[in-house]
Design a protein around this ligand. Structure first.
Ligand SMILES: C[S@@+](CC[C@H](N)C(=O)[O-])C[C@H]1O[C@@H](n2cnc3c(N)ncnc32)[C@H](O)[C@@H]1O
Length: 250
């Protein structure tokens, strides 16, 4: 099946601001996306902890400078009905809520509570990540007690970070819960800020169709590998021409 010039169940190494223009009106059942975060700037002390924060900001600076809200008009255009999950930073919540206030939607603020956040001096812990959900009124959600929870508790997903090498990777289990609650089998789920591809893997594993876009070549390759069942350790082995355990099993 095609979506304009794109095929579904594929991902593309493209700039979403341009790519989305090629997606037909009212063709997507759900957008599930994790926008580049906008961090509130602040000084960092010279303590070990302060320096750790500086290092973390440097790691994220390539992928995190906020996003241009202009793409939201296209988000609305391509969805059949408004049905959208947007992971964002605290600093973006107000603007995104304001944007959606003009539509006839219900909303929720869903959270991922992290059990072991990095300690911080003189401020609250960064132990919550926010996912805003907007859905057209009178558009029922699927049943399932555990799918309806607005919070999810887990440790920082360091193991996924190691396997898929993306600094803001989200828990696959949570993404799947969200999709099972708000979409139906064979629906088309789109992610315009793909990162390591968690949305598309979640869609694939729950029997949904997907399409995704990632601007960064190396993250795109990670997502592509992940959809093909390869971790970054497998990639290293392949690239070094060593015997691949998967080839062995095949
Ligand atoms: C917050 S991360 C997504 C992480 C993802 N949820 C995961 O679990 O791995 C946002 C991603 O958007 C990508 N990005 C930023 N600007 C983009 C653009 N114009 N088009 C497509 N992707 C973009 C960044 O490279 C980054 O990988």
């Amino acid at each position: 099946m095609k979506l304009g010039k794109y095929e579904i169940n594929k991902i593309y190494n493209e700039d979403s601001y341009k790519a989305i223009k090629n997606i037909p009106d009212k063709s997507i059942d759900c957008i599930y996306t994790d926008v580049p975060y906008l961090y509130q700037k602040g000084g960092a002390s010279s303590t070990l902890l302060g320096q750790r924060m500086v290092k973390m900001r440097e790691t994220l600076s390539d992928i995190s400078d906020g996003f241009d809200y202009i793409i939201m008009d296209d988000f609305i255009r391509v969805m059949k009905k408004i049905n959208i999950f947007i992971w964002c930073s605290k600093a973006q919540i107000l603007d995104i809520m304001n944007y959606f206030s003009k539509f006839n939607v219900n909303y929720e603020i869903l959270v991922w509570c992290k059990e072991n956040p990095v300690p911080k001096n003189n401020s609250w812990l960064s132990d919550i990540e926010y996912c805003l959900f907007f859905r057209e009124k009178c558009f029922p959600l699927n049943e399932g007690y555990y799918l309806k929870s607005k919070y999810y508790v887990s440790p920082l997903n360091k193991s996924d970070k190691d396997l898929f090498n993306h600094p803001t990777i989200k828990p696959l289990e949570l993404v799947k819960r969200h999709l099972l609650h708000a979409t139906k089998p064979n629906d088309i789920v789109a992610d315009f800020f793909l990162g390591s591809g968690t949305t598309c893997v979640g869609a694939m594993e729950t029997g949904r169709n997907y399409i995704g876009f990632e601007i960064d070549k190396s993250y795109f390759q990670i997502a592509q590998d992940r959809l093909n069942g390869l971790t970054q350790q497998d990639r290293k082995i392949k690239d070094n021409g060593q015997i691949d355990i998967f080839d062995f099993i095949k």
